[in-house]
Design a protein around this ligand. Structure first.
Ligand SMILES: Nc1ncnc2c1ncn2[C@@H]1O[C@H](COP(=O)(O)OP(=O)(O)OP(=O)(O)O)[C@@H](O)[C@H]1O
Ligand SMILES: [Mg+2]
Length: 180
């Protein structure tokens, strides 16, 4: 089960990778009171019937986990939002892509902790597939404000690749420098 919002974002971003998206955009916006995220992909998308089914934990496409009859990413998003006064929205079009947005209230005691954004970004940037990813991170709280963007293709150009321990270490240092 999930313990952090970052784990939830990681799962939902993995869905975009699994849908063969070539361009994925992930936006994380944090204010004093709310944490919202948006994940947009140009992968295989879903028709309205599938979109209806994926809300149900007893639906999975049967490809990824051939012996498992449930999929947890989207139902978990819905359940977490419902239990914490959060909101969620998914738009998807077959063969075009998917856009998912969620807003969580940081003052609700049942909202999971945010978790580690640096680890999340490192994880979603380093799936061993060919895709472009843009990450936008915005933080606007009274103690701190941040606003930075990361492009996967620019990172690969700078680091050579994102597969070896060395390059992933450099990626971590780079991401941490943005969060300091
Ligand atoms: N971004 C997306 N693009 C296209 N199809 C998607 C997308 N996200 C989810 N789906 C479809 O919805 C199904 C359910 O997704 P969900 O994340 O809930 O479960 P899962 O990915 O099958 O399993 P799990 O996340 O537990 O490994 C997926 O199997 C896939 O068919
Ligand atoms: Mg999933």
């Amino acid at each position: 089960m999930h313990y952090t919002i970052c784990e939830l974002i990681a799962d939902l971003t993995q869905n975009a990778i699994e849908a063969d998206a070539k361009v994925i955009s992930v936006r994380v916006h944090e204010t004093e009171t709310e944490l919202s995220f948006e994940i947009q992909d140009n992968g295989k998308g879903m028709d309205s019937e599938t979109l209806e089914k994926v809300r149900n934990p007893f639906y999975t496409d049967g490809i990824k986990h051939p012996n498992r009859k449930i999929g947890l990413g989207i139902p978990f998003l819905i359940q977490t939002a419902n239990q914490t006064d959060g909101t969620w929205h998914i738009d998807s079009q077959k063969a075009k892509g998917t856009k998912l947005k969620a807003v969580f209230s940081l003052s609700n005691i049942d909202t999971p902790p945010l978790g580690c954004l640096t680890s999340l970004f490192r994880q979603i940037l380093s799936f061993p597939q060919n895709y472009e990813m843009r990450i936008d991170r915005i933080k606007e709280t009274k103690d701190d404000s941040k606003n930075y963007s990361i492009s996967r293709s620019e990172l690969i150009e700078a680091l050579g690749e994102l597969e070896t321990v060395e390059s992933l270490d450099m990626l971590r240092t780079f991401l941490e420098s943005h969060e300091e």
